[in-house]
Design a protein around this ligand. Structure first.
Ligand code: NAD
Length: 459
């Protein structure tokens, strides 16, 4: 689709939305079923595209992208009818005789812009919410995951009418051309700088927006943590997708007294998961492109490498790397790492951790390994983050019962499960007044007696 066609596409989608067809439960359901059918029919092609783009093993691609998307779809199909029902609420005394309800209405035409790291899941999970809520949608996948982008284009564009759903592939200029149009909802997943560009574009048209961004998610390991379990869960969450995960633990903050024991456990787990030669492991993905690869290599000089630190430039693979003796001022600590390098920093007192993290940008996730409930409460009360996992990493994202999103610089708004439906729906208040009587209290002329009644009403 060239740039000139974009305004026409948006116009066609708006006309289709105004026809009202997308609003019926039966329509939403059949479109979700169609998407489910497409995914079922094309499982092999999808897993293949994810391998071609990121070297994801079939297991990882299934768990974090294909299976995740399928379960979002099935969950939505199961609950959609109930979600669409209006919520009846009480009316206060001043509205005596009336009835009140909250309805959920689709916004209209939504734009979904997706990144490259989970190119299937992060394009389709918001789309499921947009369809469920009764919107039309344009999806702009990432040009940096070209195989998945192309497959998404083929699947959606060949099986849904363009005036309802359409994938627009392309580079940054295409995203910019899309952002010049007036949409009814913008859903963006990606980096903080581009998130700001999207929010500016949204401000221009006063379009509501969800921003799913990133940041440095800290992982705190306390002295009382179960080190064996902590090591397995940290290694899994950090090196999944070779660290290119928005909620990957970015760095460890470990009680000084257990640092060496934890590093030793992590070393054991790394060997168990990826063998003695992780660069040859079929289960270990690659870095998306050379620029990102070179950026990560430059971080390898920011501390003492305890494990890993080897790479294969031809395959764009960087071994899972554990690094200590890293200062807060090192380049690796100035930006989201988004790759398989795990710096280990230490603390002596938890209050130091609180003082430090309160002064940094609010992260997308906070990870805490402890069995002490008082520590848990204290950390949650004092350190903000989009989401939290206690004694685990990343897995909070996998629950359709939990809203997923950031706060501050890590994002705005949330989704998954019911929260995706809510995100793409306008919450609309409806008051239905009775015609059986008409209380005259609010009407002029305002007598002293009316004033006395009014004062009583508000007590
Ligand atoms: P990115 O911001 O570079 O690109 C995301 C999308 O925006 C792509 O489709 C791209 O074409 C488009 N884009 C790029 N520049 C643009 C511009 N100037 N104007 C308009 N559109 C533009 O992000 P990325 O490199 O693809 O993804 C990595 C980032 O995404 C990381 O920061 C990561 O933390 C974040 N992320 C967040 C989540 C989340 O759910 N919160 C999930 C995955 C990734």
């Amino acid at each position: 689709m060239n740039r000139l066609d974009i305004p026409l596409l948006v116009q066609k989608q708006r006309e289709f939305f105004l026809s009202g067809e997308t609003k019926a439960y039966s329509f939403r359901r059949s479109q979700l079923e169609q998407l489910l059918h497409l995914l079922l029919e094309n499982e092999e092609e999808i897993l293949h595209a994810l391998h071609a783009d990121l070297g994801k093993s079939p297991f990882e691609a299934y768990a974090t992208e294909y299976g995740f998307t399928m379960s979002e779809l099935r969950f939505t199909l199961k609950h959609l009818k109930k979600w669409m029902k209006p919520t009846h609420v009480r009316s206060p005394l001043v509205l005596f005789g009336s009835r009140s309800r909250i309805e959920h209405h689709p916004y209209g035409v939504a734009l979904i812009i997706a990144p490259w790291n989970y190119p299937l899941q992060l394009a389709l999970a918001p789309l499921i919410g947009a369809i469920a809520a009764g919107n039309c949608a344009i999806i702009k996948p990432s040009e940096l995951a070209p195989h998945t982008s192309q497959l998404l284009g083929e699947l959606i564009n060949q099986h849904f009418p363009a005036e309802y759903l359409h994938v627009v592939e392309g580079e940054v200029e295409v995203a910019q051309a899309l952002l010049r149009e007036s949409f009814d909802y913008l859903f963006f997943t990606g980096s903080i700088p581009v998130g700001k560009i999207v929010m500016e574009a949204a401000a221009h048209h006063l379009t509501p927006v969800t921003l799913e961004l990133g940041g440095k998610s800290p992982c705190i390991v306390c002295q009382d943590a179960d080190l064996q379990k902590a090591a397995r869960r940290i290694v899994w969450g950090k090196f999944l997708n070779a660290g290119q995960t928005c909620v990957a633990p970015d760095y460890l903050l470990v009680d000084t007294r257990i640092k060496e024991a934890l590093i030793a456990e992590i070393g054991k787990v790394l060997r168990e998961f990826y063998g003695e030669e992780p660069l040859k492991s079929e289960d270990y993905p690659k870095i998306i492109h050379d620029r990102h690869f070179q950026r990560l290599l430059s971080f390898c000089e920011d501390g003492r490498i305890r494990y890993g630190g080897t790479w294969d430039p031809a395959g764009l693979k960087l071994a899972p790397t554990i690094m200590d003796e890293v200062g807060w001022e090192a380049p690796i600590m100035q930006e989201e790492i988004f790759g398989p390098i795990l710096p280990v920093l230490t603390y002596d007192q938890l209050d130091e951790v609180i003082g430090k993290l309160q002064r940094l940008d609010k992260p997308l996730a906070l990870y805490l390994f402890t069995n002490d409930q008082a520590v848990e409460r204290k950390m949650l009360q004092n350190i903000p983050s989009g989401g939290v996992a206690i004694n685990d990493t990343v897995m909070h994202l996998s629950s359709p019962y939990l809203p997923f999103g950031g706060v501050g610089s890590s994002g705005l708004g949330d989704y998954h499960g019911y929260y995706s439906f809510l995100t793409f729906s306008q919450r609309r208040s409806v008051l239905k007044q009775t015609n059986r009587f008409d209380l005259s209290l609010k009407y002029p002329p305002y007598s002293t007696q009316k004033y006395a009644w009014l004062r009583r009403l508000f007590k």
